[in-house]
Design a protein around this ligand. Structure first.
Ligand code: CU
Length: 584
C-alpha cells in the first residue's frame, strides 16, 4: 500500500513538474519579464477582498475563484505568492493565469532591451546629453561633457553597435546647447558651450547629407547656455529663447538669410523662471510656454522662479518684431521645473492640447496636467497621477505614432514603471521599467522603427551609457507574440502641404491611420519638434492617396520639414516609418 502511495505521490509530483514547465513556456512566450512577474505578484498579494481581484481580472472572476486566490495567497506565507508556479499547487484556473500573463506581459506593457553602450572607437565611454533623429534614420548624439566630439548612431542596427565619429567637429563645445530642425532636415544648434552658465553666442548647423558641421552666417546676438530653440510656422524662421546669462530677449534665426536678429517690441522680452523653457509651436503660429524647463541658474532657492506663475505665448508681429502675452488663469501645479511637455493633436475637438508631465516637487511632481489650447484662452485641467505614483524629475516623454505618450524615468529608482498616456480615455497605465536610472541629462527619442531609444546622463545624472530600446505594446499581440506589421512599399521623398501624395502598401485594406511624426531633437527634457499629425486618406487597391493636410489647415500645425510617415493598421500596429519632406 505504501508503495502505491509513493507511486501516486511521484505521479502527482511529475504532473506538477510538467505543469510548471508548461507555465515557464507560457511566461517566456508572453514576454513576462522578471519585473513584470514581480509587479503581477505585488498586485495579487496586495488584494484583500474579492473586489480587489475583480478590478484586476474583470467580472469574469467569480467569488469562489477570487476567494480561492486570496486563501492560496495566505497559505504561501507572510509574503504571499513568490512565483506564479504556486498557482499550480492551488489549482487556480488556467484562464486566470493566461490573463495575468497578458496583463503583465509585453503585449500590454511593452518591453525594454539593452543591446549595447555608446563607446568611442578608442573604447572610451561616450556620455550622452543630446539626441536628434536625423532624416537618414541615424541619431546624432552630443556629449554630456566638455568634449567637442559628436557621435552618430545607426538606430536601424539593433544587433551590433554601429557608430560614426565626426571628422570635422564644431570648434565649440555643444554640451548645453539648444537645437531644432530646419525646414530641410538640417539641425540648428545654438549656444551651450559646456558645463557652466557663462554661455556662448555661437551657433552651428549639422547637415546629415555628408555629415558636416558649419558655423551659422552670423553668431547669435547674445550668449545663451540652456536656450530653447523652436521652428516657427513659415519654415524659414527659428525662435531662440532664454539661456544664461541672457535673461529676457528672444531672437530669430532666418534660415534663408542665415542670420540672427534680436526680436524687438515693447513686450518682446520675457524672463523665464526656467532655463530650457518648455516652448511649443501652436497651430495658429504662436509659441506657448508650458512652465516646464530647467531651473538652476540665477538667484533664489533652486533657481530664479518668477512670482507670476503664469503661462504665456509669443507671437511675431513683424519680421523681427514680436510680443509675449501672459495668460491669466493658471495651472494646478504651476511649478514644473524638470518636467516635460508635449503637444497632442487631434483631427476632432479638442484639436490641440499640451500634456505636462512631472517636474517641481510633491504634491505635483507625481502628476500630469492636460491643458486644452484649442482656443487662445487655454482650459487648464486637473492634475492626474502618472502611473507609478512617484514624483518624476528630469523625466522623458515621447509621443508614439498611435498618439499615446510614453513617460520614461524621472525617478532615482528605475524600478518605478514607465507609463503610457492614452489621449482618448485620458488615463495612464503602467509600462515595462527601464534598466537604468533615467534622470538628469537622460534622453529618449522615437525611432523610425516605431521603437523608442533612451540613454544618457551617465556623467552627471546617475544614468548609463547603455542604449535601451523600448518596443511598445503595439508591436506585440495580446499574447506577447510579435505582431504582423503593415509595410510601406512605395512613398515619395517629398509632399506639398495642401496636396495629396500616394503611398503603396500590400496591407492598404487594413490601414486605419496615416500619420506624420516630426522627429525629436531633445536635451534636458526639452523638445520642441515632436508632433504627431493624422492625415486623411482614400484607398484604391494597394494605394493610399494621402492628403497632406487641407489648404485650410493652420500653418503652425505641421511646419515645413522632414517627417516620419507611419501607416497604422486596425489593431494600431505601425509600419516602419519612411522619411518624407513636407514642403510649404
Ligand atoms: Cu545640464
Amino acid at each position: 500500500l505504501s508503495a502505491l502511495r509513493l507511486k501516486l505521490e511521484q505521479a502527482h509530483h511529475l504532473e506538477e513538474v510538467m505543469k510548471a514547465e508548461d507555465l515557464d513556456k507560457k511566461i517566456e512566450q508572453a514576454g513576462l519579464s522578471r519585473y513584470g512577474h514581480k509587479r503581477a505578484l505585488d498586485v495579487l498579494n496586495r488584494a484583500r477582498r474579492p473586489e480587489d481581484l475583480k478590478r484586476l481580472l474583470g467580472d469574469k472572476l467569480n467569488r469562489k475563484d477570487a476567494q480561492n486566490i486570496l486563501m492560496a495567497c495566505k497559505k504561501c506565507g507572510p509574503y504571499g505568492f513568490r512565483h506564479l508556479h504556486e498557482f499550480i499547487k492551488f489549482e487556480i484556473p488556467d484562464w486566470i493565469i493566461d490573463l495575468i500573463l497578458r496583463l503583465f506581459g509585453r503585449g500590454s506593457r511593452g518591453e525594454w532591451t539593452s543591446p549595447y553602450e555608446t563607446v568611442m572607437d578608442n573604447g572610451v565611454a561616450y556620455h550622452v546629453a543630446h539626441a536628434s533623429v536625423l532624416k537618414n534614420g541615424w541619431v546624432l548624439f552630443m556629449p554630456e561633457s566638455s568634449t567637442k566630439t559628436t557621435l552618430l548612431w545607426n538606430a536601424a542596427n539593433e544587433s551590433n553597435a554601429e557608430f560614426e565619429w565626426m571628422i570635422n567637429e564644431p570648434d565649440e563645445k555643444l554640451f548645453c546647447a539648444g537645437h531644432a530642425f530646419l525646414s530641410d532636415g538640417r539641425l540648428l544648434v545654438c549656444g551651450g558651450g559646456g558645463g557652466g552658465p557663462s554661455g556662448v553666442d555661437r551657433a552651428y548647423i549639422f547637415n546629415p547629407d555628408g555629415n558636416s558641421w558649419t558655423a551659422t552666417g552670423t553668431n547669435m546676438t547674445r550668449a545663451r547656455w540652456y536656450p530653447t530653440v523652436v521652428s516657427l510656422a513659415d519654415g524659414r524662421k527659428i525662435l531662440v529663447a532664454s539661456g544664461a546669462p541672457e535673461t529676457g530677449t528672444v531672437e530669430i534665426y532666418d534660415e534663408v538669410d542665415d542670420r540672427f536678429d534680436v526680436v524687438t517690441g515693447p513686450d518682446a522680452s520675457r524672463s523665464f523662471p526656467q532655463l530650457y523653457p518648455g516652448l511649443h509651436l501652436l497651430p495658429g503660429g504662436e509659441v506657448y510656454y508650458t512652465r516646464t524647463g530647467f531651473a538652476s541658474a540665477g538667484p533664489g532657492p533652486g533657481g530664479n522662479y518668477d512670482s507670476l506663475n503664469t503661462n504665456a505665448y509669443f507671437r511675431l508681429t513683424g519680421p523681427t518684431e514680436g510680443e509675449w502675452v501672459e495668460i491669466e488663469d493658471e495651472m494646478e501645479h504651476p511649478y514644473r521645473a524638470r518636467g516635460m511637455s508635449v503637444l497632442l493633436f487631434d483631427d476632432k475637438p479638442p484639436l490641440t492640447r499640451v500634456l505636462i508631465v512631472g517636474g517641481g516637487s510633491p504634491p505635483g511632481s507625481e502628476t500630469s496636467e492636460l491643458s486644452n489650447l484649442s482656443t487662445i484662452n487655454p482650459e487648464f485641467g486637473h492634475a492626474t497621477n502618472v502611473a507609478g505614483n512617484e514624483g518624476r524629475n528630469n523625466v522623458n516623454v515621447v509621443m508614439l505614432p498611435n498618439g499615446e505618450a510614453l513617460t520614461i524615468g524621472g525617478t532615482v529608482d528605475p524600478d518605478v514603471p514607465c507609463a503610457l498616456f492614452d489621449p482618448d480615455s485620458l488615463t495612464w497605465r503602467e509600462a515595462d521599467r527601464v534598466g537604468y536610472r533615467k534622470q538628469y541629462h537622460s534622453v529618449a527619442v522615437l525611432l523610425p522603427s516605431g521603437k523608442v531609444a533612451a540613454t544618457g546622463g551617465s556623467n552627471y545624472g546617475g544614468g548609463s551609457n547603455a542604449i535601451e530600446i523600448f518596443s511598445p505594446p503595439y508591436l506585440f499581440t495580446a499574447l506577447g507574440v510579435p505582431a504582423a506589421r503593415p509595410q510601406i512599399t512605395a512613398s515619395p521623398d517629398t509632399a506639398q502641404l495642401g496636396h495629396t501624395f500616394d503611398v503603396d502598401s500590400p496591407q492598404a485594406a487594413d490601414i486605419d491611420r496615416v500619420v506624420l511624426v516630426r522627429p525629436m531633437s531633445v536635451t534636458h527634457q526639452t523638445d520642441t519638434c515632436q508632433r504627431v499629425i493624422k492625415l486623411g486618406f482614400t484607398r484604391s487597391g494597394n494605394t493610399l492617396t494621402v492628403q497632406a493636410l487641407s489648404h485650410h489647415a493652420p500653418a503652425g500645425l505641421a511646419p515645413p520639414g522632414v517627417y516620419m510617415l507611419f501607416l497604422l493598421n486596425g489593431q494600431g500596429v505601425p509600419s516602419v516609418a519612411e522619411f518624407i519632406q513636407l514642403e510649404g
